[in-house]
Ligand binder design. Sequence first.
Ligand code: DQA
Length: 147
Amino acid sequence: MSARRLLLVNGPNLNLLGTREPDVYGHQTLDDVVALVSATAAESGHEVRAVQSNHEGVLIDAIHDARHDCAAIVINPGGLTHTSVVLRDALAGVALPFAEVHVSDVHAREEFRHFSYLSDLATVVVVGEGVAGYARAVRELVAALPA
Ligand SMILES: O=C1C[C@@](O)(C(=O)O)C[C@@H](O)[C@@H]1O
């Protein structure tokens, strides 16, 4: 396993960042997210493999593959946060440390967004800091990794 690679996972609808509900999610795009995460990870000598999918099984396969060559995972599961036992099971199954990121402040939105199937397993949770929250998630996650 490489200790120097992070998997960045973005779930359903996050391919639309930049045009999707900009009042909620802002104007930065998924490409901006990947560039920010890559630059932040590079500060600590980590490279990034990025996956975005609107299909739960694709995300689960990517998480399974990460156990072979990644040190940790940064994930914004999108709406699957609030619904997906199988995503939780995948993260628990690979047992890699992970950071859960939400661009919007899910706790200030509809009640169905308040619950996360992942948060109690996460090493780091960053909510409501916009796209910049991905950078804080990377830094805090890397700081928590074994030397
Ligand atoms: O798709 C998303 C994006 C989100 O994860 C966020 O980044 O704020 C919040 C989720 O509730 C929502 O379904």
